[in-house]
Ligand binder design. Structure first.
Ligand code: IPM
Ligand code: MG
Length: 370
């Protein structure tokens, strides 16, 4: 298969981790006889510095004409004081909106060899395997007005939480579909005891669940969900929620398994164009030091292989390679525990590539004897 992938490294460690993911995709292409071409575009602070915009039109055009998007991370102290239209994060929000990436999937499962890196006790995280389905193009992130106002001469501020029923329906439907392929349970998270938006959300969840009688629906208030995630994370299968709650809960959930540096995400649209990015941020403090964990970006590339290109076997090969290097005790600093072998970003990428290509060599030998 021939595919053209838009790579948007962004800022900070985004550059290093996407480089690693690209190398791993090249190894996959080599092993399976595919041809991947990479086109590089600007986003975030780097784009602001070079073009004056956090998301240049050219980047959007590039995304639209190619087959999938791999994004690193955006943001950094250099741009923190900028007005909001000149903030790196504005580029990220705009690309989500422009490409209609309405659903963000954040799978969280435990790599058994990483259990010790988790801040929670082993008996609590044992067997955790949940999928956060976060609405990504609505809610407080995009509602207007969102600005400082003056009320009777006093400073005040307004943000707007706006959702269309259709938007809620689309994300809830996706959650039910995904739950069908997993353990058949949806936890719909809201704040229906307070918010009008959550009351409608709950109504829509019940309505959608009518089409999926084989899937169990449970409602949970967001404050309770935050607590249940650390108390008993095993109870969750698919957790679906609106944009802001999803942002907060997914960071919380991400440390269950040891490190933010391990977690991939996929942002899906209703068309065939999807975007893949690690959950972690640009980590400016460690950028350029060859110590960032590239595994989240590599696992995001694996999701791309599966969800955008239908390459299930290739995706599994990448995931298996990651598992193997972890089983060998190789770690970047963020997931290091006693007795592990600490290595840099490049070395980790090298090991994952080697695992992919070595497994090919082994498969060849095996087939010669078959
Ligand atoms: C995320 C990030 C972004 C968000 C920021 C960088 C705008 O935290 O992808 O979770 O809030 O959505
Ligand atoms: Mg976040």
């Amino acid at each position: 298969m021939k595919k053209v992938i838009t790579v948007l490294p962004g800022d900070g460690i985004g550059k290093e981790v996407t480089k690693g993911a690209v190398e791993v995709l090249e190894a996959v292409a080599q092993r399976y006889g595919h041809s991947f071409r990479f086109e590089y575009g600007l986003i975030g602070g780097t784009a602001i510095d070079k073009t004056g915009s956090p998301l240049p039109e050219e980047t959007l055009e590039m995304c639209r004409r190619n087959d999938a998007v791999l994004l690193g991370a955006v943001g950094g102290p250099k741009w923190d004081k900028n007005p909001s239209y000149l903030k790196p994060e504005t580029g990220l929000l705009r690309i989500r909106k422009e490409l209609n990436l309405y659903a963000n999937l954040r799978p969280i499962s435990l790599h058994s060899s990483l259990a010790e890196a988790s801040p929670l006790k082993p008996n609590i995280i044992e067997g955790v395997d949940l999928l956060i389905v976060r609405e990504l193009t609505g809610g407080l992130y995009f509602g207007k007005p969102s600005e400082r106002v003056s009320q009777g001469g006093k400073e005040a501020v307004v943000d707007t939480l706006f959702y269309k029923r259709e938007e809620m329906k689309a994300i809830l439907q996706l959650a039910f579909k995904l739950a069908r392929k997993r353990r058949g349970k949806v936890t719909s998270v809201d704040k229906a005891n307070v918010l009008a938006s959550s009351k409608l959300w709950r109504e829509v969840a019940v309505e959608v669940s009518g089409q999926y009688p084989d899937v169990e629906l449970e409602h949970m208030l967001v404050d309770n969900a935050a607590m249940q995630l650390v108390r008993c994370p095993r109870q969750f299968d698919v957790l679906v929620t609106e944009n802001m709650f999803g942002d907060i809960l997914s960071d919380e959930a991400s440390v269950l398994t040891g490190s933010l540096g391990m977690l991939p995400s996929a942002s899906l649209s209703e068309s065939s164009l999807h975007l893949y990015e690690p959950i972690h941020g640009s980590a400016p403090d460690i950028a350029g030091k060859n110590c960032a964990n590239p595994l989240a970006a590599i696992l995001s590339a694996a999701s791309m292989l599966r969800l955008s290109f239908g390459m299930d076997e290739e995706a599994e090969a990448v995931e298996k390679a990651v598992q193997e290097v972890l089983d060998l005790g190789y770690r970047t600093g963020d997931i290091a525990t006693e007795g592990s072998r600490i290595m840099g970003t490049k070395e980790m990428v090298h090991e994952v590539k080697a695992a992919i290509l070595d497994n090919e060599a082994i498969a060849h030998i095996m087939s010669a004897y078959a």
